[in-house]
Design a protein around this ligand. Structure first.
Ligand SMILES: Cc1cc2nc3c(=O)[nH]c(=O)nc-3n(C[C@H](O)[C@H](O)[C@H](O)COP(=O)(O)O)c2cc1C
Length: 381
């Protein structure tokens, strides 16, 4: 059956079995949550009936305030969220020169060799990592920009500092935390979080060692009644139905939105993601210093070669690689281009609008739930 994207946007008053208690609490229609580094994608997810969460970790504080105003302009009538990475074990306040000075010469030489080997011209434009260093001082400014914005939801990606959650809750926001183990859930609960996102090993981005299917029931058991979302490797409605069957109140997806037209990925990176299967993602510390699942590239491969130095800890690794990756992005140096991507990259197969993807997910979820009906009906032998 052919569907138009508009069909997903029914009036909120219509009672739909997929609109569960957490959807009602948040004011959304479908139990589909999406994280994206693009305000256009995040807004489109919310406008299509899910909850779009803008990943703002790569924005400086001033830029962030403007982005959140634009996000609201793109999505004036539906709830939206914003996500920050807030690792707690980072330096208090540090400038880029101090961090750069602490980077070993052997690492700088390694990056210089990658410039030469892949004939990467120098960057003439900066990116976040060539301008900022992740530090507690930067996080505080980012959190303040979030607290002063009018987005409804705040999600903490890595780390759940209690002071941060208290600050954004005081500003009236519903809080979420991404967790990869029951002990992380415990910390997030102690910090006062409202909703937990159980993000498994399959996921794109920073990830722990426990697979999604194994993790979700453990987080539900640890959640003390709080709603839990399932994340990591989800690319179909059947997996959303499975998440609901496990007791989650929805699924949180990242990679699938990379293939949407609103994301505006083009050229070699888009081709790489569309061609990639689940086996083409790798977990590497070369991206940020913490284990992070990315689509495999000559960049991740280079760090595995004999004689390559071990990646540095966060924030030194991104201070080291910032100038190379800014240049790679600017000049579209195909072999070195990569993005965080989960095993769900297998379902990024063409470029489509967010509303089309959302509609397919909702339809597939309904079909998967309907297919379970025979298990509930008494049958004579
Ligand atoms: C490109 C990309 C960037 C991500 N960046 C962040 C981030 O900044 N903050 C965060 O909390 N999670 C981030 N994640 C993880 C997502 O929030 C989500 O948990 C994950 O994508 C779920 O697995 P999936 O990629 O298989 O859908 C990112 C994921 C991807 C694919």
């Amino acid at each position: 059956m052919a569907h138009t994207p508009e069909q997903t946007q029914q009036p909120a008053a219509v009672q739909d079995p997929l609109t569960n208690p957490l959807c009602r609490r948040l004011g959304i229609r479908w139990p589909v949550y999406g994280l994206a580094h693009s305000i256009e994608v995040a807004a489109a997810i919310s406008n299509a009936g899910g909850l779009g969460v803008y990943a703002a970790a790569r924005d400086g504080p001033d830029e962030l305030a403007g982005k959140l105003r634009d996000l609201r302009r793109l999505c004036p009538d539906r709830p939206v969220g914003v996500d920050l990475l807030l690792p707690t074990a980072l330096p208090g306040a540090v400038d880029a020169d101090t961090v750069a000075a602490a980077v070993p010469e052997v690492h700088k030489a390694f990056i210089d060799r990658l410039f030469a080997r892949f004939e990467v011209p120098p960057a003439t434009q900066g990116n976040f990592f060539s301008q900022y260093v992740r530090s507690q001082a930067l996080f505080e400014e980012q959190v303040e920009a979030v607290a002063q914005s009018n987005v409804e939801v705040f999600a903490a990606g890595v780390g759940t500092p209690a002071g941060t959650l208290a600050r954004v809750r005081k500003a009236g926001k519903t809080t979420m935390a991404l967790v990869g183990a029951a002990r992380h859930a415990q910390k997030a609960i102690e910090a006062g979080v409202d909703i937990l996102v159980a993000q498994g090993y399959d996921a794109g981005g920073h990830t722990g060692p426990i697979g999604t299917f194994t993790l979700v029931p453990q987080i539900i058991a640890a959640a003390q009644g709080r709603p839990v979302l399932a994340a990591g490797g989800v690319g179909t409605g059947a997996q959303i139905a499975a998440s609901l069957a496990m007791g989650a109140q929805g699924a949180w997806l990242g990679t699938l939105w990379l293939g949407t037209s609103e994301q505006q990925l083009a050229g070699p990176l888009a081709d790489k993601l569309i061609a990639a299967g689940s086996e083409d993602t790798v977990i590497t510390r070369a991206h940020s210093g913490k284990p992070c699942r990315v689509v495999r590239s000559a960049f991740s491969d280079a760090w595995e070669e004999p004689g390559a130095p071990a990646p540095l800890e966060m924030p030194y690794q991104q201070a080291l690689t910032g100038r190379l990756l800014a240049a790679v992005e600017q000049h579209a140096v195909a072999p070195l281009m990569y993005e965080a991507a989960g095993q769900s990259v297998a379902w990024v197969r063409e470029v489509e609008p967010v509303a089309t993807v959302m509609h397919r997910l909702v339809q597939q979820t309904r079909e998967a739930l309907a297919a379970l009906r025979p298990y509930l009906e008494a049958r004579s032998a």
